[in-house]
Design a protein around this ligand. Structure first.
Ligand code: CAA
Length: 293
């Protein structure tokens, strides 16, 4: 058990180059945040060049949008773009001192990704996972140095959501935790240190909300009644809107993970699984509000 409270800032290691594994939407969003806030080189990789190119194009577009809104100067936009490299060559990760992954939410995939990347990086580099509900300790099961693995869970959309959950395992050392906390502060996010339990804190609560909303619909309450009943609570999005934001596959996975961990307390929603498998998107009315499955 680690001592209570935040780790000593003085233990934090410098982050001078960032490696991002995965070039999907979450990874691209936080790759942009790293380059914008830390102003260090960011290398982004994925399974193939097409995925890498898509991620880099997203980052370039978002930098263009910041320029368009007058948030950054043309010089700054060019500098930021020049700091981003997309590659399928893991050798470019060799001098990264912070490597973070956001690949498919499957334990075996994440374990293999880390075991593979460990061959290419320094033993000093910090490894971070953006998993939203898998066990960080299990993700690091194949690592030679599990003490440098930490959970670093962003929320979607990364640019606006203020929170990062920093997840320590029984092996995470204080220098790694300290680096994570200092890095979160440099990204201008609020970080909370959480235990390595399914869903950490936020998804545990969101899974309850989404699971019960799905259960209500599956057992006969009309979609619009459930959605309309929750809306006045003042949440920025109802559970169904949030479901579409994170994607039905991620939503179904989050419910599954919680149901597997706490079968008596969480609903797994077989219907959501089927919808996700079919690549379903929610129906919207003419004003763009969700109105049903
Ligand atoms: N990417 C980047 N920026 C975005 C964005 C996106 N996808 N969506 C909105 N924004 C930005 C807009 O550009 C705008 O920025 P500026 O003020 O700089 O122009 C700002 O956010 C506000 O946008 P809007 O006025 O268009 O919209 P809004 O006021 O309705 O806010 C929202 C949109 C911030 C998404 C808000 O609806 C919200 O907070 N929703 C809840 C989101 C949430 O709960 N996320 C957690 C998801 S769970 C998760 O991620 C965990 C997991 O592991 C599954």
């Amino acid at each position: 058990k680690r001592p209570a409270g935040a780790p000593d800032k003085a233990l934090a290691k410098p982050v001078t180059k960032v490696g991002v594994i995965g070039a999907g939407l979450m990874a691209s969003q936080f790759a942009l945040l790293f380059v914008r806030r830390l102003r260090v080189p960011v290398v982004i990789t994925d399974l193939d060049q097409a995925r890498v190119d898509k991620g880099v194009a997203y980052i370039h577009d978002e930098i263009g949008a910041l320029l368009g809104k007058g948030r950054i100067s043309p010089d700054e936009a060019n500098r930021l773009k020049a700091l981003v490299t997309g590659t399928t060559d893991k050798a470019l990760f060799a001098d990264a001192d912070w490597v973070i992954e956001a690949v498919f939410e499957e334990l075996g995939v994440k374990q293999d990704v880390f075991a593979e990347i460990e061959k290419h990086i320094s033993p000093e580099a910090v490894l971070a996972t953006n998993t939203s509900s898998l066990s960080v300790e299990q993700i690091g099961a194949k690592l030679e140095h599990p003490e440098r693995l930490v959970g670093f869970h962003f929320f979607n959309p990364v640019a606006v959501m203020p929170l990062i959950e920093v997840v320590h395992t029984p092996h995470t050392d204080e220098a790694t935790l300290s680096t994570a906390m200092v890095t979160a502060a440099k990204l201008r996010k609020n970080a909370v240190i959480t235990r390595d339990t399914p869903g950490f804190v936020v998804n545990r609560i969101l899974a309850k909300l989404l699971g019960e909303a799905m259960h209500a619909v599956e057992t006969g309450t009309p979609f619009e009644v459930v959605d309309g009943a929750i809306a006045p609570f003042g949440l920025p999005m109802t559970p169904f809107e949030l479901l579409e934001l994170v994607g039905l596959t991620v939503g179904a996975h989050v419910l599954d993970t919680h149901h597997a961990a706490f079968p008596d307390r969480f609903y797994g929603s077989p219907a959501l699984h089927k919808l996700a498998d079919y690549g379903h998107v929610l129906e919207r009315d003419s004003k763009g509000r969700v109105k049903g499955f």
